[in-house]
Design a protein. Structure first.
Length: 425
């Protein structure tokens, strides 16, 4: 894995602060263990108006091979003492989430590296070196993606033989091109599901019920999670077979929504929240020039999952609720018991939410195959991009100057912003 860049004095001070904060949380967790689950240094801190008491939530979008970007983001969170209290994911995001929640803090990076090294250890394409650019690099990526289609990905999936059209009708093998039993073995080897179900770091993964077409979330707060739930979240048809859980069959949650952000925002919270939303597809892009560009742009739009729409709607919802509350305070006593006034009084603003939005930006030589191109070179690049994007965000002036304020939602999309920008959204 590429070596992290040398930290600046400011970054060093931030790291020391993060370490001190983590140490303080450990002492607090030991002094006041929660009755529902064992005491743990990662337990969510008590409500407070200080940034140190925020509930940190990591939200991971689906995106196949691009998921190494999320691992790079987590590396910086770990380095800066910003480890999450809750991780929510879809598809490859669910797998990364399970690797994080299902391991002790000191083991998480090693497990993420082991997983991504395994996935990128398939047949090697002729190497052109890390400096390969333009059409040569594009050809190398396309060859790598073609090899994945033919041979599968180690520890993840392999082609069926005989192929699906020759399999018995109605069987899982007849409705999918690949066998994902290797993924179950990988998850059971790298993830401690007892830790997920008993530990303090909450895990939520989304899937789609095939019969009803409805979205379903499997949440360790009220569901016992095992490998099936993680695999269901990533069972993208027609490549992968559905996963059966309690008599129902499930497909990849990305068919309905490729990000769990709205689910997280809908859950009640009683303290300030800091959400790291890590997207693997960008909603914005250039006009296509070729059919290959069309395929890539269509995929980006389909899986970008309206993250900005979710945050915009949440900001507007908070503004409307606050306006209603101000209006109610101005009503004469005779009108405050009016049914319409009582209906307006019901919605309440949740706690303050800050969303750090990180989006993987495709390289110019990547194509519509980028989410199933698992070469070691590309994996390293994706990992490094995630690491660099979060490091730039945390070094940004606007992030450094953020302060807690009232109730509402703020979005920090700073990875590619001017470093001295301090404008509020």
């Amino acid at each position: 894995m590429p070596t992290a860049r040398k930290s600046s004095p400011k970054a060093t001070r931030q790291t020391a602060t993060g370490v001190a904060t983590t140490t303080a949380r450990k002492r607090a967790a030991k002094a006041a263990p929660r009755p529902a689950r064992p005491a743990d240094p990662e337990a969510a801190p008590p409500p407070s108006s200080t940034p140190e008491a925020e509930e940190r939530i990591l939200v991971l979008q689906g995106g196949g091979a691009l998921g190494a970007y999320q691992a790079g983001v987590y590396e910086v969170l770990d380095r800066e003492g910003l480890m999450p209290h809750w991780v929510a994911g879809i598809s490859i995001g669910a797998i990364n989430a399970a690797l994080i929640c299902g391991n002790a803090p000191e083991q998480r990076l090693a497990r993420l590296r082991e997983f991504w090294d395994l996935l990128s250890s398939g047949p090697s394409a002729p190497t052109l070196g890390s400096g390969a650019q333009g059409s040569a690099r594009e050809a190398l990526n396309e060859l790598s993606a073609a090899q994945v289609m033919l041979f599968g990905v180690p520890g993840f999936f392999k082609p069926r033989f005989p192929p699906a059209p020759l399999q018995p009708r109605g069987t899982p093998a007849a409705v999918s091109f690949y066998d994902t039993s290797a993924l179950q073995a990988t998850l059971e080897r790298l993830v401690d599901f007892d830790r997920i179900n008993q530990g303090p770091v909450r895990l939520s993964v989304g899937a789609v019920n095939i019969r009803s077409g409805n979205f379903a979330y499997f949440d360790s707060a009220h569901t016992r999670i095992d490998a099936r739930h993680i695999m269901a979240s990533g069972a993208l048809p027609p490549g992968f077979p559905p996963v059966e859980i309690d008599g129902e069959q499930y497909w990849d949650g990305g068919l309905v929504s490729n990000t769990p952000l709205q689910y997280v925002l809908d859950q009640a919270g009683h303290q300030p929240r800091l959400v790291f939303q890590v997207d693997l597809f960008s909603a914005r892009g250039e006009l296509p020039q070729t059919l290959g560009d069309v395929a890539e742009r269509e995929k980006d739009i389909r899986f970008s999952s309206r993250t900005r729409l979710n945050t915009t709607n949440e900001i507007e919802r908070h503004a409307v609720i606050q306006a209603a509350q101000r209006l109610l305070a101005k009503l004469p006593p005779a009108l405050r018991d009016d049914p319409d006034a009582l209906a307006l009084a019901k919605p309440r603003c949740g706690s303050e939410v800050d969303v750090v939005h990180l989006i993987y930006r495709s390289k110019h030589y990547e194509s519509q195959a980028k989410d199933y191109e698992f070469s070691r070179l590309s994996m390293h690049e994706h990992w490094e991009s995630g690491r660099n994007d979060l490091a730039r965000t945390l070094a940004h002036r606007r992030w450094q100057e953020r302060r807690q304020r009232g109730k509402g939602l703020r979005v920090f999309d700073l990875a590619h912003a001017a470093p001295d920008a301090a404008r509020e959204p």
